[in-house]
Design a binder for this molecule. Sequence first.
Ligand code: ADP
Ligand code: ZN
Length: 745
Amino acid sequence: MYCRVIVDIVHENVAKPFTYLIPDGMDLVPGQRVAVPFGVREKEGIVTEVTEECDVPPEKLRQVLRPLEDYAAVPPELMALAEEMAKQAHCPQAETLRLMLPAQMRGGRVHVKTVRCVRLAVSAEKAEAAIAADRRGGKRSQLLRLLVSGESRTVRELSSLVKDPGEALRKLEKDGWIVISSEESLRTPRGAFEEAGDPGYKLTPGQQEALEEILPSLRGNGGRYLLHGVTGSGKTEVFMKAVRETLTLGRCAIILVPEIALTPQMVSWFRGRFGAVAAVIHSRLSAGERYDEWRRIRRGEARVVIGARSAVFSPVERLGLIVVDEEHESTYLNDRHPQYDTRDVAGSRCRREGATLILASATPSILSFARARRGDYVLLEMPNRVNDRPLPEVEIADMRSELEMGNRTVLSSALRKALKECAEKGEQAILLMNRRGYNSFVSCRSCGYVVKCPNCDISMTYHIGDTDGRLRCHYCGSEMPPPDTCPACGGHYIRYFGAGTQKVEEEVHRLLPGVPTVRMDYDTTGSKDGHGKILEEFRSGRARILIGTQMIAKGLDFPQVTLVGVVAADLALNLPDYRSRERAFQLFTQVAGRAGRGQQSGRVIIQTYLPQDPVIGFAARQDYRAFFESEFRRRRNGLYPPFTVLARLLAESNAEEKAEQAAERLEEQAGKLLEDHPEWKRRVLTMLRDTPSVKFLKGKHRRHILIKALVSRETDALFGALTELAAEGAEGAEVWFEVNPNTMM
Ligand code: ADP
Ligand code: ZN
């Protein structure tokens, strides 16, 4: 017998499977990992096919060396998925197969952990008799007494109960009283999250209706849903029930969340309800723990998986349900090679495996909502909050008039007053400031020079430290002390402008001395479980005000919060990206949704210099439909996605002229492709060489060629050709091809 093997090397020339001979007595199945000879070396590979046909001449045929596991590490459904994804991303299958396995499994960097276990090898009666006969109660009978129940115990455990049992154990084993074996042990992380049982809610009518729509699909051949429920409508409870039903039906479920560290509540609910059958895939798991969770899933011991986007590749069999919670989050797009959209991968898996897909959000992405309107997903709406709690009242604070009134601080008079009242009543508040640090830039009053990062074309942010202030680049992390004089003109009028979370925190302390606050941003969440500690500080009520960047807007449920302030709404609105309006609306609505989730009603204040901007208005009225219609129209008129596809070829180089030359050459080659393929050219709306808005990043000069094309099969073929073009690279420059990436800076 022969098999075809995808060798784990990413190189164009080895994209195809290679044929190997299976030695006599070795059994292999597709999806199994094997060691094979490759050139002069030994490589790992994955069997794609076992066949009787051999397509290589006998003198070139080589043998599989050995299987790496005795089972298929990649089950058949995931093999098929990897193949499909490779076609879509125009990349070698070896690359998409890597997504299907824990990274450290490749190259044998993690191993099964074993422990030595001892079990009784004789009947309990015989052991009892021996114990009774031994009047002195020696080590042998002490050990036998510990084992007489028939359950196995680890050597370690026995050593803690009987002093130096080694010799006695060896003797017992030799005489056939016990067996000592190596057994697998799982490094399952437990206790990191607090557990909570089933609250036993009576479903609201909205929840009930949504669930009843979904149940027939779960029991049948699957379906696709977009669950659009306002913040606090109880979406989680709907899919908890769907997961429960899936398990009852003997199938498995995968729950995807944007970022697991930011959803500790969800994780504890899942653990509490599903206990040992739940697996949590967390980016902070050690390699060994991750591998063990993966094995628990592969063996069918864990049947509900919760994790961030890579959990979509969990090797569950009999998949019944995938939930994508907060489906609008940009973390679901994997920008790194191979590019994929988790929502599409989930959809494709569900279709293939007859499972149900639920995308859930209070602010669905334009793309998903458009698909739901077209009938690709069944739209489930939950327009009301649980227990008829009202949505919070949203007010707009016009920062222009604040300035006119002489208020130069980051907090409007309305927000100041509201914060005071909130603190007096003993309630909690959340302040969103979508920029970290103290001042956002430092510049010279005389000549206008702005201090930029030496490695990036980005202004440096001023951060207050424990002892002194530092300038920090938010892109590459480089730091420097702030200058005393202007590096450009030597002037002494260095000034600090713009505000970040640190400044807001300081302002709050000045306004409400003694009221404890916590700050949650990239700077305060770096340590292991940094997020968890901060959230716990707030949940327990020790901290009264939570100040943070967009990481505080996601899915948190704090019933004591009655006030939410969006300190600088314009930061989100003014980004140079066609999605900035969508992201801003989502951010404001999501953060507003953190208010008034308990008994007290909530209040939201959005501070802006652009009070007339329609997006601010839609967010203030929390009117998703109106926002969607307006944004959908704008995208259609402006020919933006989903009506078109945006892509780019990006060239990066240490030398500016190399980047420039590479871009010129790429433009030429891409132009030639279009000349050679008039059918491709017809679909391309624009193609232009340009300097990205960040023209220097992490020490690399950058140029790109932007492409806007109609959604079509021909465009896809063109993108395949451009992927190959990028893979060929350029002299002295790195080249990337990106389709609809999260950022085009
Ligand atoms: P969403 O994700 O839609 O914003 P959540 O799922 O976080 O909303 O639910 C909001 C709050 O309502 C949570 O505290 C949840 O425990 C509670 N909840 C959900 N369903 C019910 C119900 N049927 N009865 C009472 N409380 C509920
Ligand atoms: Zn930098």
